[in-house]
Design a protein around this ligand. Structure first.
Ligand code: SF4
Length: 117
């Protein structure tokens, strides 16, 4: 069995955790102060995910900050960034507007700033 050390990033406390992994499966999690830490550790070991933040250029030239509205698999980040780099939008854009629906098949890419409002 392999033991991995992880820092939970689900809240600012940052609990240090130990995760036991055997045959690609989590067999124990220690050091978490709440169930969110256990869930984070299990996901991080089996299929790590992150919310992706970036920016796109509107057709009129202004930059629009964007992020995915849910975490996406780390393994897909390069592929998703290529889609983001080819994405554009029309203004005005408000916080929360979807600029690319289901960019990875599930998560939407949404604006995080108001531009041209
Ligand atoms: S385990 Fe719970 S308390 Fe600890 S950092 Fe994660 S979310 Fe915060």
């Amino acid at each position: 069995m392999e033991t991995k050390k992880l820092t939970c990033i689900e809240c600012p406390i940052g609990c240090e955790m130990e995760v036991g992994v055997e045959d690609g499966k989590v067999v124990f999690v220690k050091g978490n102060s709440c169930p969110r830490g256990k869930m984070y550790a299990e996901n991080e070991v089996v299929c790590p995910k992150r919310v992706l933040t970036s920016s796109i250029r509107a057709r009129s030239g202004e930059m629009v900050s964007v992020k995915t509205d849910q975490p996406i698999e780390k393994a897909k980040i390069f592929e998703i960034m290529e889609k983001i780099n080819r994405t554009t939008c029309d203004l005005p854009v408000k916080v929360g507007d979807i600029v690319y629906e289901k960019i990875d098949g599930k998560a939407n890419l949404i604006a995080t700033t108001n531009v041209g409002v």
